[in-house]
Design a protein around this ligand. Structure first.
Ligand code: BTN
Length: 332
């Protein structure tokens, strides 16, 4: 929190040097504590010039997912509280955390408001679907989880999760020229390699969702991956040859997620139909693709699009099958 305030202060005084005394007064601490916090920021890669005798100045705007950076860009969405004086309150930023999904699920159980956002620079125990983990290198990706409280039955949660994939796709193509492919249910690919995964978790009664957490991991500026991921994972940087602003992409993501969410809860059946149609249109593997489903007794067949609830249909030798879970491997 205090690190974020210092960065904001330095950004507000971008062209001048901010004295240690002024920063200390503004955040209500001592000059020596400001020095300690500046050292901490430098350790995190923020390029701050100067020292306590001369004052401090930012050499470059840092690409940290700080509430102070993101909140002004997502005003008017479900991720921004209506009271403008509190606009950073909804966004929780961690330099290091186990998993933003775990933080969000615990906070939701403690009644955190809808629209709360949990972002991290680094996750030590990033979680994927099933028993998978999510590689979460420091300040290279976007690791973001949001709390929603949609008035829907649990059977509609998959639609929301598919809509989150559409939101990722919209945000990425808004920011950079790249062809983005969706893979059912929740992978986002470029040229057959995965750069984004989505983990949707919920707490529900049989007829209504109490709360739902959508966790999104996007590989943005990774220059390489561990050997075991190299053939299947990619980053936006590796695909486009340049680095991208995580702050810009994260706010574009929250805005497109807000659009998808509002449409789904306000526009009824038309919005549901639109999610299914757009998902199929933007997925090269949802129709006419040979697949094998791991964990579902290894069924194999040709994909035939999504059913009304968003489940993948596969034409097998034994007839049309609905895939409820498991990893879908494409075979052609
Ligand atoms: C998958 O592809 O299996 C889903 C990966 C989801 C990763 C994100 S990163 C932010 C959030 N926190 C987590 O622990 N997981 C999700």
């Amino acid at each position: 929190m205090r690190l974020g305030r210092i960065v904001r202060l330095l950004m507000d005084h971008a062209t001048v040097v901010a004295s240690g005394t002024k920063i200390a007064e503004e955040i209500g601490t001592s000059r020596s504590e400001v020095w300690r916090l500046i050292q901490q920021l430098r350790g995190l890669g923020v390029d701050v010039a100067g020292h306590s005798a001369t004052g401090y100045r930012l050499r470059a705007v840092p690409d940290l997912l700080l509430p102070e950076m993101i909140a002004p860009l997502v005003k008017g969405t479900v991720f921004s509280p209506p009271d403008a004086r509190n606009d950073i309150k909804n966004i929780h930023h961690y330099y290091k955390v186990g998993s933003t999904n775990s933080e969000a699920m615990s906070a939701a159980a403690e009644n955190a408001p809808e629209g709360s956002v949990f972002v991290a620079e680094e996750q030590l125990a990033g979680r994927g679907r099933g028993a998978h983990s999510w590689h979460s290198a420091r300040s290279a990706g976007i690791y973001c989880s949001v709390i929603l409280r949609p008035p829907i039955p649990p059977s509609d949660a998959l639609l929301l999760s598919l809509a989150a994939g559409l939101a990722v796709r919209a945000a990425v193509i808004e920011v950079m020229p790249v062809a983005v492919d969706l893979k059912w249910p929740n992978d986002v690919l470029i040229d057959g390699k995965k750069f984004c995964g989505i983990l949707t978790e919920m707490n529900a009664e049989a007829t209504r969702v109490r709360h739902l957490v959508i966790g999104i991991g996007i590989n943005v500026n990774q220059a390489k991956f561990p050997a075991e991921l190299r053939d299947i994972a990619t980053s936006l940087r590796l695909e486009t040859g340049t680095e991208w602003s995580r702050v810009e992409l994260c706010s574009a993501l929250l805005k497109s997620l807000d659009r998808e969410y509002r449409a789904l809860i306000n526009d009824g059946p038309a919005a549901r139909g639109s999610v299914l149609k757009r998902f199929e249109e933007n997925s090269s593997s949802a129709r006419g693709h040979k697949v094998r489903v791991e964990d579902e007794n290894g069924i194999q067949g040709i994909t035939e699009g999504l059913d009304a609830r968003g489940f993948l249909q596969v034409r097998t030798a034994d007839g049309l099958r609905t895939v409820l879970s498991g990893t879908v491997r494409t075979m052609s």
